[in-house]
Write a protein that binds this ligand. Structure first.
Ligand code: SF4
Ligand code: SF4
Length: 201
């Protein structure tokens, strides 16, 4: 009796998970990808991860190290005078509602840099992973969504690549069925070429 109940429950949960996954990414219009404004209610809270992962040349801040003006977990100590790039930028989780709560950077250890544009050569969703949790993106809950996103980037009207980036040194291009590593000395065009031709093999 208990086994049968568990089996039914598990089946229902699997169907719910599959349904949710098959709907991802469930943005209504491709133009939603070009949004840049933070959604009300999607506050940074105690997340400060972008202040670690990204370079800010205006204040000589290198990528992958905490900004000298950041108190991790609290925020920016020069908030009113922070560089323009810090003022203008929002991570993907803040602007794209279709990214679920599991993508909150404090939880995921992943910051999405939304670089989708109408120029297919430049258009990308850059997935920056905290080097302290470098395999985080490979967890099924993230990788399954990244592969679906990669498919959408190939097949949708608005083209984009999905790129994993760790410290700017290790990079992978995500395809619907696999990930291909390339390094910063290889031209992205090569990886894009691969993307366009080999993902069905
Ligand atoms: S990574 Fe996103 S949620 Fe975290 S502090 Fe930066 S903008 Fe806010
Ligand atoms: S200046 Fe402030 S907002 Fe910009 S990276 Fe440093 S701590 Fe973050």
């Amino acid at each position: 009796m208990w086994d049968a109940h568990c089996h039914r429950l598990c089946s229902r949960l699997s169907v719910m998970t599959l349904t949710r996954a098959s709907r991802f990414p469930n943005f209504r219009h491709e133009a939603d990808l070009l949004a840049a404004v933070a959604i009300p209610g999607r506050e940074c809270g105690s997340c400060t991860l972008c202040c670690k992962l990204f370079a800010v040349p205006a204040i000589d801040k290198p990528a992958g190290q905490w900004c000298q003006h950041c108190t991790p977990g609290k925020g920016c100590n020069i908030y009113r005078d922070r560089p323009g790039v810090c003022q203008a930028w929002n991570c993907g989780w803040r602007i794209w509602r279709w990214l679920g709560e599991e993508w909150y950077p404090l939880r995921s250890k992943i910051v999405i840099n939304p670089n989708v544009s109408s120029d297919p050569d430049q258009s990308a969703i850059d997935v920056h992973v905290d080097p302290a949790y470098r395999d985080q993106w490979r967890k099924p809950e993230y990788l399954s969504q990244l592969r679906l996103l990669a498919r959408r980037g190939l097949e949708g009207e608005l083209k984009f690549r999905v790129i994993i980036n760790i410290d700017g040194l290790r990079k992978w291009i995500v395809l619907p069925n696999k990930e291909v590593e390339f390094n910063r000395f290889q031209k992205v065009a090569k990886a894009a070429e691969h993307q366009a031709t080999c993902w069905l093999c």
